[in-house]
Write a protein that binds this ligand. Structure first.
Ligand code: PLP
Length: 370
């Protein structure tokens, strides 16, 4: 089947095959990845290679640390404010500004206000999170940042609403913090524009269990030792992500996925081109049939990863989902806050899967449009 789940998502088939082949015994090691010490030579090579691949794909300079942390992106909702503005953070008493363009940004802010003064400087809730601030969406407000903001947080791809920033918001020099969970590695980012990027692996980078954090070291260096050890970025920076037992299997798969990206595409620009081509197949069809398929996101901020749209009725939505299953197209149900359909088409979704979905959508429309 083609699995359009928003996450955990499809992994590249060659990666799954390699995991299967190596599960009992890693080549040259004589034991399974599940059994070897995280401090031994074999795992050291794996984690170093995962980091090196990420540095190569994203051109990450040495003033940034690349960390592998547990707790999912939700832990980052708390760790970011703890390290930046909390009472033991690098800038105690300062504040955090949030751009709220969907459900995940909203939840990030709900956690952040428990730590320190944080507020929304843009919020598209009134239109059920279908748009972005200016200049990305014309006519929308331009965020006015707080004088004492120590960071600006945004979610570059809102997984539930299918709303994606095509580039970075301008912050006038305030460090930019990005939840890149659902579009990490789908295109090249200019990491130097960011203070911190975090992304749980289970969309584009690997299995659930590890979250990748790329952080400019000097921004968090002065956070105090009074922070809980695990929640202090400096702990992970100093211990090369080996302070406690890391999620070894998940990091191993991240190494394989990043290697697959390098071997298959060579660069994230090529990955992006492929993703744009896949998404266009679906958005062109929405534009062709606006009375039947209504896209959720405004056209300027359509996500290349999560394509959310509605059909004219609940009955048609149910029929679309059950017919889709019969065509081997699964996990297409939209989130309840948006309704309708959501097709998640991450890096590992082959173009053939998207073409099969597009063809099914055309047939379904031709059968049911009034
Ligand atoms: N942020 C975004 C944009 C997400 O899509 C998700 C999960 O889907 C999360 C945060 C939460 O990630 P986790 O389940 O790893 O905590």
């Amino acid at each position: 089947v083609y699995n359009f789940s928003a996450g955990p998502a499809v992994l590249p088939v060659p990666v799954l095959e390699q995991v299967r082949d190596e599960m009992l015994c890693l080549p040259g090691v004589g034991a399974s990845i599940l059994e070897i010490s995280h401090r031994g030579a074999a795992f050291t090579q794996i984690i170093e290679s995962a980091e090196a691949n990420l540095r190569k794909l994203l051109d990450i300079s040495d003033d940034y640390a690349v960390l592998f942390i547990q707790g999912g992106s939700r832990l980052q909702f708390s760790m970011v404010p703890m390290n930046f503005i909390g009472e033991h953070g690098a800038n105690p008493g300062k504040s955090g500004d949030y751009l709220i363009t969907g459900s995940w940004g909203k939840q990030a802010l709900e956690e952040a206000v428990k730590v320190g003064p944080c507020r929304a400087v843009y919020n598209s809730k009134a239109t059920n999170f279908d748009r972005l601030p200016a200049p990305f969406c014309a006519g929308e407000a331009t965020p006015q940042y707080s004088d004492d903001a120590a960071f600006v947080h945004y979610t570059c791809n809102e997984t539930i609403q299918g709303v994606q920033f095509p580039g970075e918001p301008e912050t006038g020099g305030i460090p930019l913090v990005c939840d890149a969970s659902s579009d990490f590695l789908h295109r090249k980012l200019d990491v130097s524009k960011y203070g911190l990027i975090y992304a749980c692996a289970q969309k584009n980078a690997g299995p659930a269990g590890v979250t990748i954090v790329i952080v400019k070291k000097d921004l968090v260096a002065s956070a105090s030792d009074s922070l809980p050890v695990y929640c202090n970025y400096n702990t992970h920076i100093e211990a090369n992500s080996l302070n406690n037992t890391p999620p070894t299997f998940a990091i191993y798969v991240v190494q394989l996925v990043t290697q697959w990206l390098l071997d298959t595409y060579g660069s994230l620009d090529a990955v992006h081109k492929n993703n744009a081509q896949k998404a266009k197949l679906l958005y062109d069809l929405l534009d062709e049939s606006p009375d039947f398929y209504q896209g959720h996101a405004q056209p300027e901020c359509r996500s290349l990863m999560n394509v959310a749209f509605r059909l004219p009725s609940e009955d048609l939505t149910a029929a679309f989902l059950s017919g889709g299953k019969q065509h081997g197209l699964t996990d297409l149900k939209g989130h309840r806050s948006v309704g309708g359909i959501r097709a998640s088409i991450y890096n590992a979704m082959p173009i053939a899967g998207v073409e099969t979905l597009r063809d099914y959508m055309v047939d379904f429309r031709n059968q049911h449009a009034g």
